[in-house]
Design a protein around this ligand. Sequence first.
Ligand code: KG4
Ligand code: ZN
Length: 340
Amino acid sequence: MTSQNIYILGIESSCDDTAASVIHNGSILSNVVANQKIHEEYGGVVPELASRAHQQNIVPVVHQALEKAGITKEQLNAIAFTRGPGLMGSLLVGTSFAKSFAYGLNIPLIDVNHMQAHILAHFIDEDGFEKPEFPFLAMTISGGHTQIVKVNNYFDMDVIGETIDDAVGEAYDKSGKILGLGYPAGPEIDKRAQLGNPKAFKFTKPKVDGLDFSFSGLKTAILYFIQRESMKNPDFIKENLNDICASIQYTIIGILIDKLKVATKQTGINQIAIGGGVSANSGIRKALKDGEQKFGWKTYVPKFEFTTDNAAMIAIVGYLKYLEEDFAEQDITASARLKI
Ligand code: KG4
Ligand code: ZN
């Protein structure tokens, strides 16, 4: 795309992961993530603790990202950071750090929308990963968001459906809590689901019009079901855990695929890219592959390390914006409810 040598540092701190990444033109040189283990004890992210942990992590994480990339800070052309959406206290740490670093180095500052970044992660140069062609549909599924987005171009996107209550990752995590699993529960439910019978128990899918989603009813249905069965047999969860996980996963994946069927029909677009933490899920990956055969879809699934929150996706957006000279001013502020 360019013969220039562009190095951009990406910084992500919207929730509970402190991350930094260096991109050279379109290729990732380093992708460092410090997970905050502290939240596991609480069964969810505690905003005040997240913000404090970001403050402790940010300098070593950035240092490591530069070191792994094998460059000095003086070689950087710009600093990209997550402006929102996310937790205000967490966003402020990355935003303030990025602003002062860019100011000190006298290089451009680039603001990035976290939800756009989950989608644009598909444009990182990676062997064996094809980039989607415009227009395509993106389904972003994470612990904080569930959206279907029509992507017309890098920075021209329309949200055509989203959750009216819980995000899909929350449905996984809250179900996990009911089952006594650790936080976040998505990966363990996924692992157990592959060992269980998806049709062992039936949960009703919510009825939501159009392309919007709802997951809070499902969580309640699971809670009542578990309470009822555990009264009859106190060992119900223990004896049926894999089947319960498989049935929950089957229901959730069914909800997602149903909406994608409506979205492809409605827009006439058959290219689907997924992003966000839940796109690591084996069930959704398989269902999308099946969709290629069954419905003629062309699907794009990101590399694992670019699914959950990471800074490589911030760095690629930084690079794309750098090429357009779309820079932020020093008076820019974090925005917890930033929209696409
Ligand atoms: O994108 P992400 O790291 O953070 C947010 O922006 O929310 O997503 C985290 C979410 C958690 O809810 C976690 O349980 C879920 O992604 N998750 C999974 C899997 N891996 C992570 N859910 C289902 N199956 C997985 N394999
Ligand atoms: Zn995210």
